[in-house]
Design a binder for this molecule. Structure first.
Ligand SMILES: NC(=O)CC[C@H](N)C(=O)O
Length: 363
């Protein structure tokens, strides 16, 4: 069935619908990863977004049992050049089309995703709609320009109740802003006793759980839309070791008085080079973010920049100069992507150990 992708700037792409035939709108972003579409589709940080895959063939190894990052996907839609109908892989259970139908998510194929990506790179991230080919694109574009996209994505994706993933090691309270399961897998493999709590849990409630450390997860949307978490962190910094990932990194920065800004078109993909400013080493990292901490805003805070993106010089890692807290804008849990940054989880365990031994919290 012919469907169309309409952008708020008036550009129109005609393609073939797959997955759900619902009409949807969302923020159109692009990801450059050549593999990992299952993890991307199930990463809650994409809540509210329509994801364009720049790699031209998507779905060729199907959808399997193991690679989900959450039980239910929150992505709004999917744009591809070609969606493979006959996947071939020993782990494959069903096709990408079946997966999108099951989850009522629309997809559109046959799109020149290179042209689309160039448009996004020129204009910046745009609102877009996947809708029936019969709709008048001018009217759709006008409606898009008038429509404000929801800002409560974290509330939608965060767990409603606390739960535990038991272990005999360090007790980690994981604040769930839209957690990818890869984070929990990394803590499990280090024997952590993880308690996952909702995004609006107070510092007092977190400390009542007697954590050895707190992990702030990834999550969707603008970090400034989560004031409860910024407030919680202001009370928490200095009382327990903290490790922030992606949205968690941005929230930690805001709580310390730094500022965040929206990037023109974001960083999404599996090969983003990041430089560790202390060692000079460069890591290939998995990334998915549309906002970043403003580098100038760090100056008047107690934070120090530890990592920068080599492509555009933006902040990719921070460390608190006084208290045991550090954070990265990229994904050490990978899933999908390279595992260069995986030792950051060991660094978090070491920070918790050092803090416990020292008996005080000065880093
Ligand atoms: N993956 C994430 O946690 C993304 C953080 C934030 N939503 C951003 O787009 O910048």
């Amino acid at each position: 069935m012919k469907r169309q992708l309409v952008l708020e700037n008036g550009d129109v792409f005609i393609g073939d619908g797959f997955g759900s035939d619902r009409d949807i709108i969302g923020e159109v972003v692009f990801t450059t990863g050549m593999t990992g579409y299952q993890e991307t589709l199930s990463d809650p940080s994409y809540c509210g977004q329509i994801v364009t895959f720049t790699y031209p063939l998507i779905g060729n190894y199907g959808i399997n049992r193991d690679d989900f990052e959450t039980i239910r996907p929150f992505v709004n839609g999917m744009i591809v050049k070609e969606a493979c109908e006959a996947p071939s892989n020993w782990r494959s259970l069903y096709s990408i089309n079946d997966f999108l139908i099951e989850n009522d998510i629309p997809g559109i194929s046959g799109i020149d995703t290179r042209r689309l990506t160039r448009i996004i790179r020129n204009y910046g991230t745009l609102k877009g709609a996947i809708c029936s080919a019969e709709a008048d694109p001018k009217q759709v574009a006008e409606k898009l320009r008038e429509t404000e996209l929801p800002r409560n994505q974290v509330e939608i994706v965060s767990t409603k109740r606390p739960y535990q993933s038991p272990g005999r090691g360090k007790r980690v309270v994981v604040v769930d802003f839209g957690m990818k399961h890869g984070i929990l897998r990394e803590l499990n493999s280090r024997n952590c006793d993880s308690i996952v709590v909702p995004y609006d849990t107070s510092a007092e409630e977190i400390l009542r759980l007697k954590p050895d450390g707190v992990l702030l997860t990834n999550g969707p949307g603008d970090p400034q839309n989560v004031p409860e978490a910024i407030e919680m962190l202001r009370d928490l910094i200095g009382k327990t070791p903290i490790f922030g990932i992606c949205l968690g990194h941005q929230l930690l920065a805001l709580a310390c008085g730094a500022k965040t800004e929206k990037l023109k078109f974001g960083h999404r993909g599996s090969n983003h080079p990041v430089k560790d400013l202390k060692t000079g080493k460069v890591y290939m990292t998995s990334q998915n973010h549309g906002y970043a901490v403003s580098i100038e805003s760090i100056r008047n805070t107690e934070l120090e920049v530890t990592h920068v993106a080599l492509n555009d010089g933006t902040v990719e890692g921070l460390r608190h100069r006084v208290h045991p807290a550090f954070a990265v804008q990229y994904h050490p849990e990978a899933s999908p992507g390279p595992e260069d940054a995986n030792p950051l989880f060991n660094q978090f365990i070491e920070l918790m150990e050092k803090t416990a031994q020292r008996g005080n919290l000065n880093a």
